[in-house]
Design a protein around this ligand. Structure first.
Ligand code: OGA
Ligand code: MN
Length: 283
């Protein structure tokens, strides 16, 4: 069966047909999936109720996996992170963010699997950072290309929600100590396609290094609002067994917090990436 991609929105997103990830991924289907990811930035597959092991194995074909410093792990498969509203208050995911940008080598991408869902609500939205960058005026693009910003884990993992039991507090303090803020370019050159993307997100970006505090606050406010324009987005309405695979180097996402107190359970495998490079850095 051949793999085909059905585009879902102008900026990013495609539905993948003709692939069953419960079967081992052949070299040909791996290459097709990889190409599809580069082209569409986020891919969606229906009816892929993978075991944690299968999900881990598919993700591991694309790189080493990341183990999250705070979120709970699946009991049988530590590389699978569990987002379960009964284990954590997940309202902090309802904020535009690029996953784990608070480390030197943020993830290349993630595979997110829907396990249990509310009857409606709980959609996830993705936005294309390259579409956002391209829509900026030339003078602003020129300014941004020379700038860098701090990314800080504490911005999205507040103590009030991630440090409330002795165990959680210990994990939280260890995570903070192991992950001091890191500096990344404000414009990132995609390591595989060469596309330029705006590399800031409300979830983790705290301060533009080269500007004064008030300039940084004003410019970040502008960029967060710009990056979240609906023209740069695709919105996914989940069914149990759906799998999303996104390129975390050129997108950000937002988990809609509109279904509580109902339960929602997702499994994520996170593939490590490379150190973000700006347009003025030599490779
Ligand atoms: C994630 C995330 C979105 C969701 O897995 O990184 O932000 O809809 N989840 O659960
Ligand atoms: Mn996320």
């Amino acid at each position: 069966m051949t793999i085909t991609f059905e585009r879902l929105s102008p900026a990013l997103g495609a539905l993948v047909h003709g692939l069953d990830l419960r079967e081992p991924l052949t070299a040909t289907s791996h290459a097709a999936l990889h190409q599809g990811l580069l082209e569409h930035q986020v891919l969606f597959l229906r009816d892929q109720l993978l075991t944690p092991r299968q999900q881990r194995d598919v993700a591991a074909r694309f790189g080493d996996l990341h183990i999250h410093p705070i979120y709970p792990k699946h009991p049988e498969q530590p590389e699978i992170l569990v987002l379960d509203t009964e284990l954590n208050d997940l309202r902090d995911n309802a904020l535009w963010h690029t996953d784990v940008s608070f480390i030197q080598t943020p993830p290349l991408g993630s595979l997110l699997s829907a396990r249990q869902l509310p009857p409606y609500g709980g959609d996830t939205l993705w936005a294309s950072n390259s579409a956002a960058y391209a829509a900026l005026s030339a003078p602003i693009r020129e300014l941004l290309e020379g700038l860098s910003a701090w990314h800080d884990l504490s911005k999205s993992f507040p103590l009030e929600r991630f440090g409330q039991t002795p165990d959680a507090l210990e994990r939280f303090n260890a995570a903070r100590a192991a992950n001091p803020p890191v500096r990344h370019p404000l414009v990132r050159v995609h390591p595989e396609t060469g596309a330029k993307g705006l590399f800031v997100s409300e979830g983790f970006t705290t301060r533009i290094v080269e500007l004064t505090e008030s300039e940084s606050d004003a410019l970040l406010r502008l960029l967060f609002a710009h990056a979240a324009r609906p023209e740069f987005q695709v919105r996914w309405q989940w069914r149990v067994g759906d799998l999303a695979f996104w390129d975390n180097r050129i997108t950000q996402h937002y988990a809609c917090d509109d279904y509580r107190p109902q339960r929602r359970v997702m499994h994520r495998a996170t593939i490590l990436g490379d150190r973000p490079r700006g347009p003025r850095e030599a490779i």
